[in-house]
Design a protein around this ligand. Structure first.
Ligand SMILES: *[C@@H]1O[C@H](CO)[C@@H](O)[C@H](O)[C@H]1NC(C)=O
Length: 367
């Protein structure tokens, strides 16, 4: 119950801090060379992928203001939960694409839809309730928007070309963390209804429906990110530290939950679904292992700090709590594994990308 109260305090703080935030103005830039085994990259999920979907929603889960984005060297749409680029931005760069634009901000730049689009909405998870609690776009609605996107493609380039884009695109999906940290662990009703194993089964059943749905629309190539070590997120350490810290200083029971979820997802759920969805490929992106190593051993990787994040005190600041007035924000994000209390710095994302995403995607799709 103490945890529930702490979470309530956090939400109350978030709501109070909402009062003075002003929406940002942005312009888009990108390169135009396409030399990729995929005609497009299509992104779905949460704040690990979102580049501004939430900017125009009425929600506290936003990041279109400093210090977010402060280390971006080019002018990009605001709304990344990071000081710089995300894993999927690095992927777009290496494949020669412009950065995928948020679907909701496509007006006037429809041409960019031909090389992919970004449906991700921060604060969402696999389960509807997670997104609905924060008035953000659920995975179910992202899939609905994807169906609209497909219709738009057809009207732009015709059925054959559109089908070619849809079926040969790479679908990168990163979601699920919020089903735990923004829903299960802060909502006693969810905890009452589901044990952790039952909740993990619900998540897999839910994921099956949406992946089948995308497949039915023509999607074939999927890369699915694992859960991170939930217990190493600075906010989780601040709020749940009393549940028991492991030798590496992370909340052990929450890491155990993430590890158990990842294991079944990777070794049972994904192979089974891949057989069911004939002609599909489901690739597992292990972000757990590397983030755990960084969190446990930051100095070995040239970081100074992994327990606290860069923004503010580093203990709880995230979204509208991480803002220009946050006291104590660090000068050099590269010294930190985490930028805010839930999200890695771009240095960390680059490391995850270089070691555990790019080589894995290359090997899986033979290019
Ligand atoms: C989730 O929400 C969508 C509407 O966006 C609805 O169609 C679907 O039935 C819901 N799923 C569950 C399991 O309630």
């Amino acid at each position: 119950m103490a945890a529930w109260r702490s979470a309530n305090v956090l939400v109350a703080l978030l709501v109070v801090a909402a009062a003075w935030i002003h929406p940002g103005v942005f312009t888009v830039e990108g390169n135009n060379a396409a030399s990729s085994p995929f005609p497009a990259i299509i992104l779905l999920g949460d704040s690990t992928i979102d580049v501004g979907t939430n900017n125009d929603l009425i929600t506290v889960i936003k990041s279109d203001f400093p210090p977010y984005g402060r280390d971006l060297t080019m002018q990009l749409p605001k709304g990344r939960f990071c000081n710089g680029l995300l894993v999927t931005d690095y992927l777009a760069q290496d494949l020669g694409f412009p950065y995928q634009i948020p679907y909701l901000q496509r007006a006037g730049q429809e041409q960019k839809l031909l090389t992919g689009v970004n449906f991700a909405s921060s604060g969402s998870g696999w389960v509807n309730l997670t997104a609905d609690t924060y008035n953000v776009i659920s995975f179910a609605k992202q899939v609905d928007q994807f169906k609209d996107y497909k219709k738009e493609l057809i009207s732009m380039v015709g059925q054959t070309q559109a089908d070619n884009i849809i079926s040969n695109a790479l679908y990168v999906i990163s979601t699920g963390t919020n089903d735990y940290v923004l829903s299960y662990y802060v909502n006693p009703l969810v905890q009452k209804k589901y044990s952790i194993p039952a909740y993990q089964q619900l998540i897999r059943d839910t994921a099956t429906v949406y992946l089948q749905d995308l497949y039915n629309e023509g999607a074939r190539n999927f890369a699915l990110a694992s859960l991170p070590p939930l217990g190493c997120l600075p906010a989780v350490i601040s709020i749940y530290g009393n549940k028991g810290l492991g030798p590496e200083g992370c909340v052990a029971p929450l890491n155990e939950v993430a590890r158990a979820g990842n294991d079944v997802f990777r070794h049972v759920f994904m192979p089974k679904l891949e057989r069911q969805l004939v002609g599909s490929k489901l690739v597992y992106l292990d972000v757990y292992t590397v983030l755990f190593e960084l969190a446990a051993n930051p100095r070995a990787f040239g970081y100074k700090e992994a327990r606290k994040s860069c923004c503010g005190t580093g203990l709880v600041e995230v979204a509208i709590l991480c803002n220009p007035a946050s006291f104590g924000t660090c000068d050099d994000s590269n010294e930190y594994v985490f930028f805010d209390s839930f999200h890695p710095t771009t240095r960390t994302y680059k490391l995850v990308y270089d070691e555990f995403v790019w080589p894995v995607v290359k090997a899986a799709f033979n290019f």
